[in-house]
Ligand binder design. Sequence first.
Ligand SMILES: Nc1ncnc2c1ncn2[C@@H]1O[C@H](COP(=O)(O)OP(=O)(O)O)[C@@H](O)[C@H]1O
Ligand SMILES: [Mg+2]
Length: 83
Amino acid sequence: MRIDVSDSGCGIPEKIRERIFEPFFTTQEVGRGSGLGLAIARSIVVEKHGGSLMFESNVGEGTTFSILLPVEGAQRPAAATAR
Ligand SMILES: Nc1ncnc2c1ncn2[C@@H]1O[C@H](COP(=O)(O)OP(=O)(O)O)[C@@H](O)[C@H]1O
Ligand SMILES: [Mg+2]
């Protein structure tokens, strides 16, 4: 299953693209950005559900994030499972 979310915002400059999923990385001012949104999104989509989180961006035009989830669920069992 794939979900695309597009905006018509400022776009993501090439030089920060490799950092946007880093916890606490933000370009927003102090007190506004937490830098956690995409780190948490990646944790949920990739680590918990075995999916992918991708984006395409054009500076000055906007950004599209794509969430891909395996319909059959994560292919490996969760690392910590209490029994
Ligand atoms: N839709 C977007 N358009 C432009 N830049 C974005 C977008 N989403 C994320 N970014 C960039 O990635 C950084 C990290 O995003 P995020 O983890 O959501 O933290 P936050 O929103 O608190 O800054 C943002 O500060 C911004 O530089
Ligand atoms: Mg955010």
